[in-house]
Design a protein around this ligand. Structure first.
Ligand SMILES: C[S@@+](CC[C@H](N)C(=O)[O-])C[C@H]1O[C@@H](n2cnc3c(N)ncnc32)[C@H](O)[C@@H]1O
Length: 316
């Protein structure tokens, strides 16, 4: 039965694994292997099964390969999750029992100043998860038009004073001072110089630029659709988001997939009503409990949603 009330769980990462329902001989994909925490937990539960772990970040892939070296059941790939189908074809896998997406940036990425994700440490204004991608944050900020910057800050950071901040970015880039993380952080602080201390917008501006540079929503939609096409009966997709735009996309896609399909004639009559192929395991998102949000403030914005492909016997 789908849950109709919001559930708060003590530890999201553990609950994600419960909801993925790992069977020892199943086939699972960790689409965002990151530091390898989830992958390791999945690999430990397997006996005869397979784990495909992927990440678009080559540094994450190298560290996950090391962490999973003792698990022959684990295959690790550097790939974008929007290409899950190609990765699985390479591994000669046709269907999977579960796919996990734990979105956003990893602590490994945030903590390495040279990667440019953190507004608290000086580093090059890079922010690429895939370090071989052609456009880094400095390049995007050097070339984007004013309207484009404003739109990105509003859409991906809910930044109110987006125009003031865009103007400061443009002013600084004309003086060739938009190359480092601190250049961007200072542009935001200059635009909001009436705020004492570091304005909260610094964090949301960094988030917005990161989401644009990595084209995160575009890949998320493609990744979820590809994952759905690969699910075996009773297979699940578990998604943890940290951003309202991401959660909205997951919610809308899942809602569409779990509604009956109605075929209409040209004059609007219902010709056929087909039962949906999927069901929502959690109609409302699962949220972290107070202990976790206190221990890890970043988890405050986390939301988890789960869908399952119907097994033939449960379909009408
Ligand atoms: C929050 S971290 C995952 C942490 C991981 N679950 C763990 O236990 O350590 C998100 C990871 O997803 C990766 N990522 C983001 N977008 C991706 C995409 N489109 N394809 C593949 N990996 C992606 C990032 O590079 C990052 O390493």
């Amino acid at each position: 039965m789908a849950s109709h009330s919001i559930t708060h769980v003590p530890v999201m990462a553990e609950h994600a694994l419960e909801l993925l329902r790992v069977r020892p001989n199943g086939v699972y994909v960790d689409a965002t292997a990151g530091g390898g925490g989830h992958s390791l937990c999945i690999a430990r539960r397997l006996d005869g099964g397979v784990l495909v772990a992927l990440d678009r970040d080559p540094e994450a892939v190298a560290s996950v390969k090391k962490r999973l070296a003792d698990f022959p059941c684990a295959k690790v790939f550097k790939a974008n999750y929007s290409e899950i189908d190609e990765v699985l074809a390479r591994a000669a896998i046709e269907t999977v029992d579960g796919v996990l997406f734990d979105l956003g940036v990893s602590s490994m990425q945030l903590e390495a100043a040279r990667r440019g994700f953190s507004f608290q440490a000086d580093g090059p204004l890079d922010m690429r998860m895939d370090t071989s991608a052609p456009v880094d944050a400095a390049t995007w900020l050097a070339n984007a038009g004013r309207a484009e910057i404003i739109r990105a800050l509003r859409d991906f950071g809910d930044v109110g004073p987006a125009a003031r901040i865009a103007d400061k970015i443009i002013e600084r880039r004309q003086k060739n001072r938009m190359k480092r993380t601190m250049d961007l952080a200072e542009a935001v602080a200059d635009a909001l110089d009436f705020v004492s201390g570091t304005p909260a917008e610094v964090r949301t501006v960094f988030q917005a630029v990161r989401m644009v540079v990595n084209e995160e929503l575009k890949h998320l939609e493609a990744g979820l659709r590809a994952a759905r096409a690969l699910l075996a009966p009773a297979g699940r997709i578990v998604v943890i988001t940290f951003h309202s735009g991401e959660d909205r996309m997951v919610k809308q896609l899942f809602r569409g997939w779990t509604r009956p399909e109605i075929l209409l004639s040209a004059d609007g009559r219902v010709i056929e009503k087909r039962a949906p192929l999927m069901r929502q395991v959690t109609r409302k998102p699962v949220l972290p409990g107070p202990d976790e949000t206190e221990r890890n403030p970043r988890s405050k914005s986390a939301k988890m949603r789960v869908v399952e492909r119907m097994a033939p016997e449960t379909m009408k």
